[in-house]
Design a protein around this ligand. Sequence first.
Ligand SMILES: Nc1ncnc2c1ncn2[C@@H]1O[C@H](COP(=O)(O)OP(=O)(O)OP(=O)(O)O)[C@@H](O)[C@H]1O
Length: 662
Amino acid sequence: MVQKPLQNKATNPRIMVVMNPILALSIITTILFFSPMAYSESKVVKSALVRFMDNLAPWNNNSEREAPRYWGWNLDTDPCADNWKGVSCSSDGSVKAIVLDDSNLSGTLDATSLCMAKSLQILSLKRNNLQGSVPEAIGNCKYLTRLFLSDNNFSGDLPISLQHLCSLRWLHVARNNFTGPISDKIPASVLISFLGENNKFTGEVPDFDFTKLIQFNVSNNNLKGQIPDVRNKFGVESFFGNPDLCGSPLPAACPPSPSPRKEKRLFITDGVAIYSGYIILGITVVAFFVYKLVRKSMNKVEASKALNKKECPRHRLTRKDPAGGNNGEKSREDSSESKGRGSVEMRSEPSIASLESGITLSTSTLVVLSSRVSKALRFEDLLRAPAELIGRGMHGSLYKVMLDNGVFLAVKRIKDWGISESDFQRRIGKVSQVNHPFVLPPLAYYCSRQEKLLAYEYMDHGSLFNMLYKVGSQNGKPFEWGSRLNIAAKIAETLAYMHEELRESGIAHGNLKSSNILFNNNMEPLISEYGLMVIEHQALRSLSHSKSVRNRVLTAAHAYSTFKVDVYAFGVILLELLTGKVVQNQGVFDFVKWVNSVVREEWSVEVFDKNLVSEGASGERMMNLLQVALKCINPSPADRPSMSEVALAIVALKEEEERSLT
Ligand SMILES: Nc1ncnc2c1ncn2[C@@H]1O[C@H](COP(=O)(O)OP(=O)(O)OP(=O)(O)O)[C@@H](O)[C@H]1O
């Protein structure tokens, strides 16, 4: 079994709290002080962010339960350490991304407050009901790489200050009521994705560098004039619905225009013939007297124009990136501005490619299993997308990765795992076909001899492990007995289904633990990494060609059936729910030993989480659940119950609990 080992009792702060409050307090203080999250955003930034949230007016359309005080955005907490809804942070504790899509927001965008968070790289407010214009102050969010404002009610012109955002790669403003020209408002030379369809934009199609763009749409606006050369990259659908636009790829050809050069030459020729004497005299006199004055003032105007315009240097996109590739969109070098005027410092967006060693880029496509991930997503795109290292487990590293469409993925790079490509594909294929509401399905994977990557949806609400150990609460509320029982029942029923109801296709989890129990938006448990690490008879058979070794292994495998391994692991999860303590690293056996010894001494009550006791949870039902857990962790696999027996017992307890409340 690949159960994650147990936390040593002596080093578990929660256990220490019970044993010695002063020592525990000093340990916790030390942990907080030295943890990365100690470097959190300043008070000024926090209050600016709270103001930004106030202006989004989330309470207008959200129920009391959904209102933002439940989203964690308040001055008493930290955006990073306390997981404010939608906020992601860098490892130094600064706010890096704010994603509040589909959040029923109806207010305005307070960019002055927002851009106090100086490290902000991603702002995504898609599919809300936000009003008003996008303020010029957005230009103060200097490191923005992605600005997603589509599907709102924004109006007015795009702010001129957007052209100061020299890192901006993705600008999505589709389906709003924006007006005015686009062309002089955006850093067109650095964008790789512009979606501005279904607005009221006027003027000409902006002068983008179409060789760089991977997404572009300005359909259904009021643009006019000739479409520039789009290098055959974008079709009619990117331009239709603009009655005064013409030229390829639209069917409407542009009317021939008189050559401006010819006209000019005619004018000059005629003028010279008629007025040459006067012109020469006038020019000479005026030039003589005004020359120095004009030159001086021209210099000033030019200088201030250049300063205001702060054009983004084009060359940045074509230079090699740090990962060694030549994909300009992710490369970050010091701009000429940062060298010359010291005003813009380019920052690199970490990616799996830049954070992992020994990874070879390739343009192969991924195997995509869900429409949430684009079928065209390449292995290389995934490796170069902005990513944050979440943890390194026994089987590899896990990254939070943001895709171009704003979807966050949890991408696991599986390391040093002796499993063939066909085995890996078969396991994932099996789980992805199950479609159970409480099993987190894989969304995409990559599998070659050297590399195995697996992508799941990133779950914002964390894991059961976090809830018990780090947070100690459920969405800011105490983690009550009723919720714990509910979670236990759902996991048990899901495992019973996966083990038994699929009959001969039944699948064991193989690495069940509280960090693999994640929560969706309704705080329902989702079992992650299902079936990935399971030890199969099939796999064991291929371990050795020697008959005696094979028989020995198979006998052992039979005795320690993988289903019974899951039952044991589930028992440990039940104990974590009951005790409020979690198992880390090499601690499983110590933890189980401790529980057994307390129970043997007939001090069972001492085992239970003090919070459950003070909440007044039913002692009888806690004891009954403890009995179920002890059966699950029976040292003899054959004597452990099946998951359906376990599920029946827990569901009965849950129903009893519900009846007691009515
Ligand atoms: N889809 C996800 N969304 C959000 N967080 C996740 C997701 N998958 C895993 N995590 C969290 O990321 C952290 C690291 O996960 P990872 O699976 O690498 O570690 P582990 O489960 O401790 O170790 P291993 O699975 O390698 O034995 C864990 O805290 C886990 O809860």
